[in-house]
Design a protein around this ligand. Structure first.
Ligand code: HPA
Length: 271
């Protein structure tokens, strides 16, 4: 990754009309309905943006969408890149750097995750308060990282306390049940074994998924305030573990998304 590449990607998007977005939003697996809330949408397909990670077959529908939500300019990633698709840490976080260069001042992240904390139920939303990186690497472990910011990035408060508080207030106000906890990121794509779920619980995870943490590390590198939520799609009970049903996971994510959209829209409104 070079600054020249970043500038070319950004120039392409500005040229398409992506002017001064305030908020960047990353949509997780099964979470695509939020794009219907964007007014005056302009779209850029990932494979048309210079230096964007090359899209896989599964990804030909991936796009960045610019427009307004609640009167504020936003840029939304419909479809994210995962390590399990063969991308590396720099690939999957490149779009975060692009959104930052476009001018976003805040980043909203969503994902689908399994509930490790068994007092949490599928179909609930968990506000991420902290995380555990189990992906075996870092998006900041590259030679010229110092050109882009600090190398030894502080992670004492990776999720913006102010926006977290606001999301909690919105949830109470709107009567949306909201859990809070620690998200652990794994590489995947295989799901976890019973022994791995036991380990995740022991080390303090409340939810597990295959994304988000690299993006959050880079956003902290860029000093970009983040709010992140997990849509809980399955309950990871090692003593009663049922075979994974991906169809059901996607369905539950979709059914839960309207609550997430409400939280995000209200937050955008009061920012
Ligand atoms: N493990 C990892 N990723 C997931 C899960 C899970 O149980 N559920 C949804 N994404």
């Amino acid at each position: 990754m070079t600054k020249k590449q970043l500038h070319e990607s950004v120039a392409y998007l500005r040229n398409k009309g992506f002017e001064a977005p305030e908020v960047g939003i990353v949509l997780g697996t099964g979470l695509g309905q939020l794009v219907n809330e964007i007014e005056g949408a302009i779209e850029a397909h990932y494979n048309h943006i210079p230096y964007f990670p090359l899209a896989t077959v599964e990804f030909h529908s991936g796009k960045l969408i610019y427009g307004s939500i609640e009167g504020k300019k936003v840029v939304v990633m419909q479809g994210r890149f995962h390590l399990y698709e063969g991308y590396d840490f720099l690939d999957i976080t490149y779009p975060i750097r692009i959104m930052h260069q476009l001018g976003i001042q805040r980043l909203f992240i969503s994902n689908a995750a399994g509930a490790i904390n068994l007092s949490f139920k599928k179909g609930e939303i968990m506000l991420i308060e902290d995380h555990i990186n189990l992906q075996g690497g870092s998006p900041l472990a590259f030679k010229n990282v110092a050109e882009f910011g600090d190398r030894f990035v502080d992670m004492s408060e990776p999720y913006d306390p102010e926006m977290r508080k606001k999301i909690e207030e919105i949830a109470i106000d709107k009567g949306i049940p909201l859990q809070k906890g620690v998200y652990a990121s794994v590489v995947g794509p295989q799901l976890e074994t019973k022994a791995e779920y036991r380990m995740l619980k022991t080390i303090g995870a409340d939810a597990v998924g295959m994304s988000t943490v690299p993006e959050v590390i880079v956003a902290n590198h860029l000093r970009l305030p983040i709010v992140a939520v997990s849509v809980l799609t399955d309950e990871c009970d090692p003593d009663n573990l049922e075979p994974i049903n991906i169809q059901e996971i996607i369905e539950i994510a979709g059914n839960t998304e309207p609550k997430m959209i409400q939280l995000f829209k209200e937050l955008i409104k009061i920012l």
